[in-house]
Design a protein around this ligand. Structure first.
Ligand SMILES: Nc1ncnc2c1ncn2[C@@H]1O[C@H](COP(=O)(O)OP(=O)(O)OP(=O)(O)O)[C@@H](O)[C@H]1O
Ligand SMILES: [Mg+2]
Length: 186
């Protein structure tokens, strides 16, 4: 089996994390072009992202930046206790899960969370490994790791939609003067 396509980026500080989130946001919220009249409204919007990495690696920081860049106003709480925080902009739903404290799969089934994993919603899941076996493959997994004072982000895609995002991110990975310095650079 061939490896899933992936991209590694170095995020030297939180501003770089926010910049990556801002590049991803329009890919999650964009509507189909007028050239596709058959597509129902909002058909292209949505997507599922799993965020992995140690405590404090920056999963919530990334999700906050992404939700802000998608246009969510007001306080964005970490769902560490509630398991889920949800938002809505026009008819697009955003679900932010954190399964760190998740223990019993019945909790998941009883709460009807599975019904929220729709292709036309933006679903962002921290600690997906705690709900292993209950979650379908995401469009993209973002693995964050401590690297010097910043973070490394490994983006891996599992669907055609994720591949389309990766193509855009790869094309715009390091615009001159604004991107991350080369790995190993000063
Ligand atoms: N690229 C970056 N470089 C350095 N620091 C960063 C970067 N991105 C985020 N941070 C900082 O790292 C911390 C990340 O905390 P955050 O709550 O997002 O972690 P988390 O992965 O969600 O942890 P948990 O597993 O507890 O949910 C914040 O203090 C944030 O300011
Ligand atoms: Mg978190």
């Amino acid at each position: 089996m061939s490896a899933s396509p992936s991209l590694r980026l170095h995020l030297p500080d939180e501003t770089a994390t926010e910049a990556l989130a801002a590049r991803l946001a329009p890919l999650l919220t964009d509507r189909p072009a007028p050239a596709a009249p058959d597509a129902p409204p909002g058909a292209a919007a949505g997507g599922r992202i799993h965020l992995r990495g140690d405590l404090g690696a920056g999963k919530t920081a990334f999700v906050r930046a992404l939700l802000r860049a998608c246009g969510i106003k007001g306080r964005i709480k970490s769902p560490s206790y509630a398991l889920l925080e949800s938002y809505k902009i026009s008819n697009l739903y955003f679900y932010h899960f954190d399964f760190y404290r998740f223990s019993d799969p019945r909790e998941w089934l009883d709460a009807g969370f599975r019904d929220l994993l729709r292709d036309d919603a933006v679903v962002l899941i921290e600690w997906p490994e705690r709900a292993q076996g209950l979650l379908p493959a995401p469009d993209m997994e973002i693995f964050l790791a401590y690297a010097d004072r910043g973070r490394d982000a490994d983006l891996t895609v599992y669907t055609a939609r994720g591949q389309a995002w990766l193509n855009v991110l790869t094309q715009t990975a390091s615009p001159p003067g604004t991107g991350a310095p080369p790995r190993g650079g000063a």
